[in-house]
Write a protein that binds this ligand. Structure first.
Ligand code: UDP
Length: 462
């Protein structure tokens, strides 16, 4: 029988990139005969152009990418990112069902990312043999989601209102408010709990992580007395790192500029596909970079005052000129040491370039993985969603990042200078670089092992 996989990604490049990588792996290494990837989006031209920049292969009849255009005109998009995305995916279900139903041959495997678990119903209704979830973030976030969903309301609220440590079975205890914004988490609780309950209706859960990044949490999922129990026997497989490889021949002005810089001398600054700073914070970051004296590449976005994930959907923000918000004379003063790129840059290729020595990142999980596989230490500057957890992991556990204190409003230029120096200049930075190089080696070994494991078996059998 021909194995055809139907893969669905919820809106945002952070979901599209790993779903596309998984699709390529299934086709090229794990015996799938055909893969169709559906990318749900409110803006097909924009998504197409971003994907085009990351996926330049010729159209392959065995690997087909389709966009599902959503009309969000009547939708309230003022909530948190999780609420927005979950609502968009809910609206997309009839469209997902109709496009999957038309596929020839009928898919035997359906995969959706964590924010689209409601669409697992499509696989059930169409009687697709296997339905799976791909977690495009850490195993730790999956642990939090399923564990919180397993608690009764009283215990849950006691947990959330206490200042005690968060005790997820088999995971390292950690103070909840260090890794989540508790009030934001309460606002998202209903969606998050629904997702936690739906995950355990899948036949398998695949996580874009690996043992060298999260040994304790992964072990807990494999232990039927710990998180294995919470998963109700649904197997969890670490399949990462799924990272788009850098294109060696890509032409881009940033890469030309990097070619002229010394090894590990440049700080790359980017807040993912949706991250936005306020106007005041944009100014402060500019002054901080200038004052630090380090060379930099900065992907600048137009500011947003109330929503740190604004540029993901907000068309008005996306059409504003970002350079208008920089301090007067900044571009002129820094023209010999820095390069400012508007809105989007070839991140994988920048991180793979030997001139890049540090990464100021919002700690989206893909950015974390891309930094690790390229051996670049980070300056962790989390903005929203589970990014605080990722920032904790890279700074406190893996010790490959210095963390910016985002708790007190604006991060001042002096602090930016200090934290950049810690990574680029000081003994501590050298240790972080050694640690990340070691992780680069280990994750590369695990990725190769993952390629040679017949994972199709995970996907197609029990
Ligand atoms: N990305 C990129 N260029 C940019 C910004 C982002 O190529 O200017 C890519 C980045 O390499 C990563 C993805 O978009 O693969 C963003 O995913 P991540 O999980 O880091 O953050 P999110 O955008 O989901 O917050």
């Amino acid at each position: 029988m021909e194995i055809h996989g139907a893969l669905v990604a919820s809106p945002g490049m952070g979901h599209a990139v790993p779903i596309l990588e998984l699709g390529k792996h299934l086709l090229n290494h794990h015996g799938f005969d055909r893969v169709t990837v559906f990318l749900v989006t409110d803006d097909v031209p924009r998504s197409k152009s971003l994907i085009g920049k990351t996926l330049t292969e010729e159209e392959d009849p065995k690997f087909v990418i389709r966009f599902i255009q959503l009309d969000v005109s009547g939708q309230d998009l003022t909530g948190s990112l999780l609420t927005k995305l979950a609502e968009m995916m809910r609206k997309a279900i009839p469209q997902i069902k109709s496009v999957v139903m038309e596929l020839e041959p009928k898919p035997s495997v359906f995969v959706v990312d964590l924010l689209g678990t409601e669409a697992l119903i499509v696989a059930k209704e169409l009687e697709i043999m296997k339905k799976h979830v791909l977690v495009t973030t850490s195993a730790w976030f999956l642990a939090l989601t399923v564990y919180m969903a397993s608690l009764d309301e009283g215990t849950l609220f006691k947990h959330l209102s206490s200042n005690g440590a968060l005790l997820i079975p088999g995971c390292t205890p950690v103070k909840f408010d260090r890794v989540q914004d508790p009030s934001g988490y309460v606002r998202e609780l209903a969606e998050s709990q629904r997702i936690g309950l739906e995950v355990v209706t899948a036949d398998g859960v695949f996580v874009n992580t690996c043992h060298s990044l999260e040994p304790v949490t992964i072990r807990s999922f494999l232990d039927h007395k710990n998180l294995g129990l919470v998963m109700k026997g649904v197997p969890v497989y670490p399949v990462g790192p799924l990272v788009r490889p850098a294109e060696p021949d890509l032409k881009h002005e940033v890469l030309d500029w990097l070619d002229l810089q010394a090894k590990e001398s440049v700080v790359y600054v980017s807040f993912g596909s949706g991250g936005s700073l306020t106007a005041e914070q944009t100014m402060e970051l500019a002054y901080g970079l200038e004052l630090s004296g380090f060379r930099f590449v900065w992907v600048v976005r137009p500011p947003a005052e109330d929503d740190p994930s604004a540029s993901m959907f907000d068309k008005a923000t996306n059409q504003t000129e970002p350079l208008d918000f920089l301090p007067e004379g900044f571009l002129d003063r820094t023209k010999d040491v820095g390069l400012v790129v508007k809105t989007w840059a070839p991140q994988e290729e920048i991180l793979a370039h030997e001139a890049t020595g540090g990464f100021v990142s919002h700690c989206g999980w893909n950015s974390v993985l891309e930094s690790i596989v390229n051996g670049v230490p980070m300056i962790a500057w989390p903005l929203y969603s589970e990014q605080k957890m990722n920032a904790w992991l890279v700074s406190e556990e893996l010790k490959i990042a210095a963390r910016v204190d985002v708790g007190n409003g604006i991060v001042k230029k002096e602090e930016i200078v200090e934290v950049v120096k810690r990574v680029m200049d000081e003994e501590e930075g050298k240790e972080m670089r050694e640690n990340v190089m070691e992780l680069k080696k280990k994750t590369a070994e695990e990725a190769v092992k993952n390629l040679s494991t017949p994972q199709a078996a995970y996907f197609t059998q029990n």
